[in-house]
Ligand binder design. Structure first.
Ligand code: ATP
Ligand code: PRP
Ligand code: MG
Length: 389
């Protein structure tokens, strides 16, 4: 699996996608034919002017595997969504005034960002890339919200003529594929699938469209290969399919995406984006760390700091905070002990505790962190430069 992960498309640069806007006729007559015409090909020519409204709108997935995790993340950032009725599609985040939350299907969040009916959205990167179709108005504001991890991949049967095919190169070189008998691929990704095949020199390919249970298509004799999302790999395995080297089209996770026009033109969007970005970054950074406090006997704060800094896992985010712990000795305040406070990556916790004990630490307390606010948010700076601000 790790080998297959080498050839994925990087998330789009924060400013724009490298692909040109979608032009279905050219795309499919050159190298690929699309068997059924999906609904996604219809609404290309949308008026992109921002609509007349004063509220800022954030689109969130209305159901499915992304919905709960999205609400949980926002809640953890103290941005709980208040929805009075689960069948109501509009809600609010009381913490942020003038923000409306609209629950929509993921693909509709992207479509409505493009049409100007939403300003911000949280969805999987795969959905942004598929339904955004390279639209330069879409900007990825936060590219790693740390859930919804999966990858879009080309998979082929383990058996028959594919038994010894283990890479995209080998698949492309198979002599079976001709204009009369192309490689038949089943997918729901009718933009990214054909684009990937074309970019990788697979010329004789046709696509058929299905929305689910794609993994059944090869066994049913409907397709030779599939392009679909994979996370654990169980569905592929259960259906006797395999991924191949060079066949990963996109690595995906949940992202915060915005409309460039809204950010620049609509009052309040930039400020709300800034606040959301700050909270998300600070919370996600904190998620990987614990605060560790301990007491340590010593002659001075400097001497204790030197001991702490001599240990590789104890340097913290910016070095340890060391403060004297005073006790009353014969009427005067004396410091025999020092309290140290450091942030420690979760994976290094036990090692850090061992190192603390080794240098004389006692009374070690571990607490979770809610936020780590840095002086500035790197993604915010990136966003501003992207917008030319
Ligand atoms: N194993 C997985 N399979 C599919 N999607 C996954 C997986 N793991 C994470 N995801 C993420 O979840 C999203 C799909 O969520 P879900 O299946 O709930 O919605 P959907 O079926 O695409 O949307 P809808 O039902 O609204 O059309 C994907 O776009 C992807 O970003
Ligand atoms: O690698 P895995 O962990 O097995 O996950 C991948 C499967 O999950 C998704 O299907 P989903 O559950 O949405 O069902 P569907 O295909 O019917 O839409 C996706 O389309 C794959 O079929
Ligand atoms: Mg699905």
């Amino acid at each position: 699996m790790s080998l297959m992960r080498t050839a994925f498309l990087q998330p789009p640069p924060i400013s724009h996608f490298s692909t040109p806007p979608f032009t279905p006729t050219v795309k499919f007559t050159v190298s690929c034919r699309l068997v059924a015409s999906p609904e996604t090909l219809v609404s290309v020519d949308i008026d992109k002017k921002p609509s007349e409204r004063n509220e800022v709108r954030l689109g969130l997935p209305s159901k499915g595997r992304m919905a709960t995790d999205t609400l949980d993340l926002l809640k953890d950032c103290q941005l709980s969504v208040r929805q009075t009725n689960p069948r109501q599609y509009v809600a609010e985040i009381p913490q942020i005034s003038n923000l409306e939350v609209w629950f929509q299907r993921q693909k509709d969040v992207v479509r409505k960002l493009v049409s100007g009916d939403l300003d911000l959205g949280i969805v999987g990167l795969d959905t942004v890339m598929e339904y955004g179709q390279g639209d330069e108005d879409l900007i990825i504001v936060h590219d790693a919200l740390d859930y919804g991890d999966c990858h879009l991949s080309l998979a082929i049967p383990k058996y028959g003529i594919f038994e010894n095919i283990n890479s995209l190169n080998e698949l492309a070189k198979m002599t079976q594929w001709t204009p009369e008998r192309p490689l038949r691929v089943a997918t729901g990704f009718t933009f990214l699938g054909p684009k990937f095949m074309k970019e990788n020199g697979l010329n004789y390919v046709t696509f058929s469209v299905a929305d689910g249970a794609l993994e059944a298509a090869p066994a049913m004799g409907i397709a030779d290969a599939i392009v679909d999302l994979v996370s654990s790999g169980t569905t592929l395995k259960e259906n006797n399919l395999k991924e191949i080297e060079g066949g990963v089209i996109l690595e995906s996770q949940a992202v915060l995406v915005a409309s460039r026009k809204s950010l620049i033109q609509r009052k309040g969007v930039l400020d709300i984006t800034h606040e959301m970005l700050e909270r998300l970054e600070a919370h996600l950074k904190a998620g990987g760390q614990f605060t560790v406090t301990a007491n340590m006997r010593g002659t001075s704060a400097e001497e204790v700091a030197e001991r702490v800094l001599s240990q590789p896992s104890l340097s913290g985010l910016q070095g340890p905070t060391v403060s004297p712990v005073f006790c009353n000795r014969n009427g005067s305040a004396t410091a025999d002990y020092y309290a140290i406070v450091i942030c420690v990556p979760k994976q290094a916790l036990y090692k850090s505790v061992q190192q603390l004990r080794m240098i004389g630490g006692s009374g070690v307390l571990i607490s979770p962190l809610t936020y780590i606010f840095d002086e500035e948010t790197p993604r915010w700076r990136q966003l501003l430069s992207n917008l030319g601000l």
